[in-house]
Design a protein around this ligand. Sequence first.
Ligand SMILES: NC(=O)c1ccc[n+]([C@@H]2O[C@H](COP(=O)([O-])OP(=O)(O)OC[C@H]3O[C@@H](n4cnc5c(N)ncnc54)[C@H](O)[C@@H]3O)[C@@H](O)[C@H]2O)c1
Ligand SMILES: CC(C)[C@H](C(=O)O)[C@@H](O)C(=O)O
Ligand SMILES: [Mg+2]
Length: 364
Amino acid sequence: MSYQVAVLAGDGIGPEVMAEARKVLKEVEARFELDIEYAEYDVGGIAIDNHGCPLPDSTLKGCEASDAVLFGSVGGPKWEHLAPNDQPERGALLPLRGHFDLFCNLRPAKLHAGLEHMSPLRSDISSRGFDVLCVRELTGGIYFGKPKGRQGEGADEEAFDTMRYSRREIERIARIAFEAAQGRSKKVTSVDKANVLACSVLWREVVEGVAQDFPDVELEHIYIDNATMQLLRRPNEFDVMLCSNLFGDIISDEIAMLTGSMGLLSSASLNSSGFGMYEPAGGSAPDIAGQGIANPVAQILSAALLLRHSLKLEDAASAIERAVSKALSAGYLTGELLSSDERHNAKSTSEMGDFIANAVKEGV
Ligand SMILES: NC(=O)c1ccc[n+]([C@@H]2O[C@H](COP(=O)([O-])OP(=O)(O)OC[C@H]3O[C@@H](n4cnc5c(N)ncnc54)[C@H](O)[C@@H]3O)[C@@H](O)[C@H]2O)c1
Ligand SMILES: CC(C)[C@H](C(=O)O)[C@@H](O)C(=O)O
Ligand SMILES: [Mg+2]
């Protein structure tokens, strides 16, 4: 069986971490005798520079012709002066999510045993560990609701976004959260702001309804403000966190950092036919781009999710995950995971990629 993967490295650290994911994929292909063809396309700022728009037709067509998309990250200060819809995020990333109906975003964050010291949590809290899956609705809510814009002038000028959710949109993402919980610790925490927002009141109602079909899964509701706090206090009591688009964006950065770094959190954005786009949850990190110090793990783990969810190659996916665990447990870490007095031991982006690729080759 042969597969076609579109590779959209994008901006900032995107191309740096993508190179490491490709290294690891090459070893996976050799070890599991896979036939995966890759085609690279410009997206985001680099596409603006090279083609005059963030999502060229050739890129979109290339993605359409593929089994899955491996995405880096887009955006950066160079393109922030452009009109909002011409910028990399709103001109490429969100349209890609919308175009392919990638409503289901999975962001798994786990504190590995023995690596509790990487977490900024107090040690009595981090020592209990945690393993959270953020299930984020990705094509609705305030990100996509219409109308959206600005009007008026002077002191009366105003800007507006619309938060909007249909029963259908809530139900399909809730169902995925409950199904995921059945294969994990059987608990769904639904994050909302039902004390203020109409969308959240409907969200709660629909989630309660879906829960009836999953009597083996415990359901709790929590307000977003309390959720961000409870994650710092008792992260080990969460399992699946079901979130709307905006709340999931916030929760996912928090759970990433609780594991030690934004550079550890992978993500899968899926539609109902199994097509997916796979990308680190973090961004183009302009503050460290070009220095060879970015953590490639989130990109490498996103490649593993691609193999699992779109190509259905579970053995290859778990081989990558074991190789990443081996690197982290061996103390093979990029600088942002180390305290300032340990930072002289930091590995570069490419050293991390080499180690993980080699671990895949050796078959850990
Ligand atoms: N999927 C995407 O393409 C995506 C996601 C988030 C942000 N962005 C864009 O990226 C740009 C920068 O955004 P930001 O600064 O708010 O968020 P960011 O995630 O890029 O960076 C936040 C912090 O996390 C660190 N970080 C992120 N990834 C890392 C990695 N792999 N290794 C080590 N450290 C890492 C950065 O150095 C920075 O200190 C913006 O233009 C934003 O819109 C894009
Ligand atoms: C870049 C931005 C549009 C994006 C989002 O808000 O969804 C990012 O923060 C993410 O988490 O994937
Ligand atoms: Mg985000």
